[in-house]
Design a protein around this ligand. Structure first.
Ligand SMILES: [Zn+2]
Ligand SMILES: [Zn+2]
Length: 115
């Protein structure tokens, strides 16, 4: 990641700021406080995580956390959006509510830290 420019291996692992919710396709610009991610960077809006996914990622079964906001200004060492912009590749894979309900039934009652 940009904070650790000396390590190329880490650079490739920088958080990908995806542009939209995977389920409803709502725009999630880098400054959005509505963006939620799982540990694999699956990206959804807060409403879908709450109402559709019930805090169970449809791809990995993990929980979600608010996506950190990358600074828009160059406060230090070029670690900002101007140097590492948000992603533009839309990933729209709507979840089938019935399929997800089945998948999440045995998972949602377990707190993410115990899954
Ligand atoms: Zn959504
Ligand atoms: Zn996931």
């Amino acid at each position: 990641m940009a904070c650790l420019r000396t390590s190329p291996a880490v650079m490739t692992a920088m958080l990908e700021l995806r542009p939209s919710c995977e389920h409803c396709n709502a725009a999630l610009p880098p400054e959005s406080t509505e963006a939620r991610i799982c540990s694999f960077e699956c990206t959804f809006c807060a409403a879908c995580v709450r109402d559709v996914l019930e805090n169970v990622c449809p791809n990995c079964g993990g929980g979600f956390a608010p996506r950190p906001i990358r600074p828009a200004k160059n406060w230090k060492g070029d670690n900002f959006l101007g140097n590492d912009p948000a992603g533009t590749k839309v990933k729209h894979r709507p979840v089938d509510p019935a399929t997800h309900a089945q998948f999440s039934a045995r998972i949602k009652g377990i707190p993410p830290e115990k899954r």
